[in-house]
Design a protein around this ligand. Sequence first.
Ligand code: PEP
Length: 250
Amino acid sequence: MRKPFVAGNWKMHGSKASIESLVKGLNEQANQVQNVDIAVCPPAIYIDFVQANLSADNIAVGAQNVAEEPVQGAFTGETSVEMAKDLNCAYIILGHSERRAIYGETDAQIAEKTKVVLEAGLTPILCVGETLDERESGVMEKVIADQLDAVIKVVGIDAFEKIVIAYEPVWAIGTGKTASPEQAQEVHAFIRDKLARLNRSIAEKVIIQYGGSVKPDNAAELFAQADIDGGLIGGASLNADDFMAICKAA
Ligand code: PEP
């Protein structure tokens, strides 16, 4: 039995004032959610501020990205995994489609970052997913398999015991278009089957979140699918009531 995991990706949103009020809302409602792992991933610059304000002990904190270079050095603008660890982050989102599309991160770079995060003892939330073009031209499974294979090649299948996967169809992120529960389940089953061919027991244990316009009114149906183990939530994670409603649905 897998424990559902819901994580909020705040992206580049917020100010000290708005984050203070969001975290207050999370603190007030967190005890209403049981048997669900929860995390929030603020912008790096606010991680410490969130840690200082977060009193709910069932909500972990994560970062949205880290550098491939594990230690400090002359990498202007970057955050190392050791820095995220120093701020008590438990999770690092890697390979988000915005990192892939806007910042040109490649499968190989994301695999390297996965290795660095695992070596630091933190949990990567590895995002995979296809664009609408890729889905419509019939290469969806190949795209997702390639994204996973790049990581498997570098860290090995056994490392997936410590990796969370987030299936996020690019066409559903921030667009208000959600994959139907059946569409999402089909891809989640594909991912789990692919891993099962390499190691069945790890495949059965691996958490596969769904992400892409999850809202309080569609979360329960998505999370009821056999291979969907919670969600990676963008827009709706910026509102404490919505995020907590989604956590409760998991
Ligand atoms: C995301 O950014 O990971 C995401 C799923 O965004 P949204 O929920 O806004 O579609």
